[in-house]
Design a binder for this molecule. Structure first.
Ligand SMILES: [Mg+2]
Length: 218
């Protein structure tokens, strides 16, 4: 574990930079890909939001990397272990795979300042809206963050996008409606508000493939 984040088992090539930095779509998990249910700790509590697998599949097909970046402070709070978190990730991959979709990377931040387990209270660099998970993914997967996108249901997801220098899209699933006022107030600044991940990805694909005279890599 580095920088307090937990790598999923699907982190792809990690040795050296790729010659051409790649474009990615960073996705929040709870409330964006999976149904928001407070602190999900067991695999059987995980369910995909309608259209999420199809959206990920569309990104796969377009050649954009798909990378989950998720705050999971339930570890620091003592609600679950990192092993539980790994099992949840396996289940997420199973659910996506069953619909022909795959993740290229997944980063989870177990840390939280008020956690009960001191191992997880000190380093908050990975905790959104801090950019630690995006920075790590960029290094490990050879991603050009400035030409990438972030989708999530919290203002902190959009704030992360602002800090990292990429467009942030707020979705109205999960806790999206609770965070809409902040977005409408312009702090943080969202590039788009979308009904759900399907609408967000359609918007991203229009932009990612426009004006280059060619499609995205892959
Ligand atoms: Mg969320």
């Amino acid at each position: 574990m580095t920088n307090g984040s937990t790598n999923g088992p699907t982190n792809g090539p990690t040795n050296g930079a790729t010659p051409n930095a790649r474009r990615a779509v960073f996705l929040d998990r709870d409330g964006t890909i999976t149904v928001e249910r407070g602190y999900v700790t067991r695999p059987d509590e995980l369910a995909l939001i309608d259209g999420a697998a199809a959206a990920v599949r569309a990104l796969n097909k377009a050649g954009l990397l798909v990378v989950v970046v998720s705050n999971q402070s339930g570890v620091a709070r003592g609600f679950m272990t990192e092993e539980d978190l790994a099992r949840l990730h396996e289940r997420l991959e199973e659910l996506l795979s069953a619909e022909g979709a795959r993740l290229d990377g997944a980063y989870y931040c177990p840390n939280y300042s008020e956690g009960v387990d001191e191992r997880y209270t000190r380093d908050l660099s990975c905790r959104k809206p801090n950019t630690g998970m995006v920075d790590q993914a960029a290094r490990e997967l050879g991603i050009d963050v400035s030409s990438s996108f972030m989708v999530g249901d919290h203002a902190t997801d959009v704030e992360l996008a602002n800090r990292a220098g990429m467009p942030g899209i707020l979705v109205m699933t999960g806790r999206g409606e609770e965070h809409l006022a902040a977005i409408e107030g312009g702090n943080p600044v969202a590039a788009r508000v979308a009904a759900d991940i399907g609408e967000a990805v359609a918007w991203i694909l229009e932009r990612a493939t426009a004006g280059t005279g060619r499609g995205p890599d892959g």
